[in-house]
Unconditional design. Structure first.
Length: 94
């Protein structure tokens, strides 16, 4: 995809000089700048980064689940059926 970006003359001159000093093209400078911007805001820059983050998030949520206690399923804590439903069941069974 091709997009146009405009720079003021001073910025364009500095970027051109930076590219010459580093031996890179304007495209390479732009790629590096946008990758840094995405990283700063926590957006994955490529598929490997997205997968790595996804695995880390799944690992964290799994470890969080392991530390939570399960509710004790004793007769006192179990949910009781609704009274009308229980009455209907007893009538139909009998």
């Amino acid at each position: 995809m091709r997009k146009l970006i405009t720079f003021d003359d001073d910025t364009l001159g500095r970027l051109t000089q930076l590219g010459r000093d580093r031996g890179t093209t304007m495209q390479q400078l732009a790629d590096e700048a946008f990758a840094d911007l995405l990283q700063k805001h926590g957006v994955p820059t490529d598929l490997d980064d997205a997968l790595r983050r996804s695995v880390n998030e799944v690992g964290q949520s799994t470890s969080d689940r392991k530390t939570t206690r399960r509710r004790n399923n004793t007769p006192a804590t179990r949910k009781r059926p609704h009274a009308k439903r229980a009455a209907k069941r007893s009538v139909h069974r009998g």
